[in-house]
Design a binder for this molecule. Structure first.
Ligand code: NAD
Length: 323
């Protein structure tokens, strides 16, 4: 019988790529998301390949409020990617949604997993659980999130680990701390897509701060490989970094985007934003040891692939960059 798995956040950027990769491996995939397929153009585009696959079952559910037990029927692996992402809006009144979706939603999912006898949950954690760091972050480093988003991701990560550590638990957990993910279908609020969009339209991209802040960008196919590998490793509970192998300054990223597109990138400078750390960088030793992971797509190649995708965008997707 074909193995059946649940992917939460299936209509999103990373979730939809995980869905495609699992389907390509012949798995039966239940794709849960609160977005309304048929009424959300970007979600429809993300799942356009999956939608025609008989192994795929889309399911519209909100993790924070809807019943979940039936979604887990016959699944012994869950890839939990659903969350409200983004640092900046998490400071405001929208924090309610971060708490509901990221913390309460994760708790409800874990409860349902425990009841249904799920064997493995892979959780999409984030580099934002680390605070300011002067060297590549290791999983054993103290956590110190500097944004409400980071706090919500750390709270959910710790909830997952607590469920796995219960003495009577059959659920094992691998939490992957993703470092800034990019590639086709990237959320329109994220940096690389915005740089490429600025290159092609001539509309200025906003650079927060002086551009010296450094980010470790990780290409989507590498993230997907690590995520699927995490479903099968022999562990009761683990936390593992998933990074791109190098960090680059935002000024460096702008230069790279310019080199990839052969175009000037107009920039407008704004104040540094609260919650943005000066640098993110991943120690990937544990990822190599546990997952056999090493990133295979560098920033130039990854940007070139995202750029080829971006030049053929739908009107809806283009509009999302300017909204
Ligand atoms: P995304 O917004 O594209 O996808 C998240 C999906 O989750 C969306 O489709 C959304 O509708 C769904 N969702 C949110 N709340 C939900 C709820 N209550 N019930 C059901 N569905 C819900 O974001 P993404 O960039 O693909 O991120 C995926 C995951 O990876 C998130 O958990 C995010 O925190 C984590 N992550 C992302 C990055 C990155 O660089 N993109 C970095 C670190 C961690």
């Amino acid at each position: 019988m074909t193995a059946r798995v649940l992917v939460t956040g299936a209509a999103g950027f990373i979730g939809s790529h995980v869905v495609d990769a699992l389907l390509a491996r012949g798995m039966q995939v239940v794709g849960l998301d609160r977005r309304h397929l048929g009424q959300d153009a970007l979600a429809d585009e993300n799942l356009s390949a999956a939608a025609g696959n008989p192994l795929f079952t889309p399911l519209r559910r909100d993790l924070a409020t809807d019943r979940l037990d039936d979604t887990l029927e016959g699944c012994d692996i869950v890839f939990h990617l659903a969350a409200r992402p983004g640092v900046r809006p998490s400071w405001g009144t929208e924090f309610h949604d971060y708490a509901q979706s990221n913390v309460l939603g994760t708790h409800r999912l874990l409860d349902a997993c425990a009841r249904s006898g799920v064997r493995r949950l892979v959780y999409a954690s984030s580099s934002s659980v680390y605070g300011p760091a002067e060297r590549p972050s290791r999983e054993t480093d103290p956590t110190c999130p500097v944004s409400p988003y980071g706090v919500s991701k750390l709270a959910a990560e710790q909830l997952c680990l607590a469920y796995a550590r219960r003495p009577d638990s059959r659920l094992s957990v691998v939490a992957l701390r993703y470092f800034t993910v990019y590639g086709p279908r990237q959320r329109p609020d994220m940096a690389i897509g915005r740089l490429l969009f600025a290159a092609y339209t001539g509309l200025p991209v906003t650079l927060f701060g002086d551009g010296s802040q450094r980010r470790e960008f990780t290409y989507i196919t590498d993230v997907v490989s690590a995520t699927i590998a995490a479903a099968h490793i022999d562990t009761g509970c683990a936390v593992v970094n998933v990074g791109g192998g190098a960090s680059v300054s935002m000024r460096g990223a702008i230069q790279e985007a310019s080199a990839v597109t052969g175009r000037h990138i107009p920039v407008q400078v704004a104040d540094e934003q609260p919650g943005d750390v000066a640098s993110t960088s991943a120690d990937l030793t544990l990822a190599g040891r546990l997952l056999g992971y090493w990133p295979t797509v560098g920033l130039h190649e990854g940007m070139a692939r995202q750029s080829s995708w971006l030049v053929n965008l739908s009107r809806d997707r283009l509009a999302a960059f300017t909204s």
